[in-house]
Design a protein. Structure first.
Length: 274
């Protein structure tokens, strides 16, 4: 994180944009249990879209459905998302739905499918380590989706998710290949959210083999993680976007993530020195 405030994030974004990268902004927080708080989150992002446009930043916004009150009312959450998706289009940006733990997948996909009907630029994250993801991808592909494929960072039961990195990596590459095949036929906008440079290289090689140009897919990475690699990917002609998180809820959010999946600690430490 560049800081807690959105102003810190916007300032960092100016520097990142100067390196040829795009941006994704997300305010940390989740599991809102008060309708007024959910409305406040919506209003904050409406303000952020205006700031992004005013500063001319190549930025989009990524939000967790539970930040918009999914646990309270799926109808109210959908209305908030529709408002944000419309604002994104008005300001030349786009809206992303983050994927949370497995208990939210069905509701998140339903929300996304409804959003696509009127806001086709909206994107959603999908997690490669869940056994169900290939079927979910097959469900979405006829809708010409925008998908950010990630490995998955929540601690899920072994009955529904891969526990071994090698299994997740294999699933990720298979899903990425399917997304690239769809992109070749203009049936998907594939985004690869990973810091695994070996996996990125395999995906890029496969894209070249099936003649999917570099500007037909993107690579997303986190702020402060493998910054040199992000710059090199841009230099190599890839479309790269950096996810910038901010907000006062950072400590609770990060501690929960680390407690749920201790392997995340090692990942962050290794990435910072790589």
């Amino acid at each position: 994180m560049p800081g807690e405030s959105p102003e810190d994030a916007l300032q960092a974004g100016t520097a990142i944009a100067a390196t040829g990268r795009g941006l994704l902004y997300t305010q940390l927080g989740e599991a809102i249990t008060n309708a007024r708080e959910a409305t406040a989150v919506r209003d904050h992002y409406l303000w952020l879209f205006d700031q992004v446009r005013a500063k001319g930043l190549p930025a989009q916004v990524s939000v967790k459905p539970t930040q918009l009150g999914l646990d309270l009312s799926i109808g109210d959450c959908e209305r908030h998302l529709l408002t944000l998706a419309a604002k994104a289009e008005q300001t030349g940006s786009a809206l992303w739905l983050d994927m949370e733990d497995s208990t939210y997948v069905d509701r998140s996909l339903d929300l996304y499918i409804n959003l696509l009907k009127t806001h086709p630029s909206t994107g959603i994250a999908m997690q490669a380590y869940l056994f169900r993801t290939p079927a979910d991808l097959t469900r979405l592909l006829p809708l010409n989706p925008v998908i950010r494929l990630v490995k998955g960072a929540y601690q899920e039961p072994h009955s529904i998710a891969y526990a071994k990195k090698s299994d997740t990596d294999r699933a990720y590459f298979q899903l990425a290949s399917q997304m690239l095949e769809a992109a070749r036929n203009n049936g998907c906008t594939p985004i690869f959210g990973t810091h695994d440079l070996g996996l990125i290289a395999r995906i890029a090689n496969h894209a070249a083999e099936i003649r999917v140009a570099k500007d037909n897919y993107q690579i997303h990475m986190l702020y402060g993680i493998r910054d040199a690699a992000q710059r090199q990917l841009v230099a190599d002609g890839h479309v790269v976007k950096t996810l910038v998180s901010y907000g006062s809820a950072w400590f609770r959010w990060y501690m929960r993530r680390l407690a749920e999946r201790p392997a995340n600690v090692l990942f962050v430490l290794k990435s910072l020195v790589a």
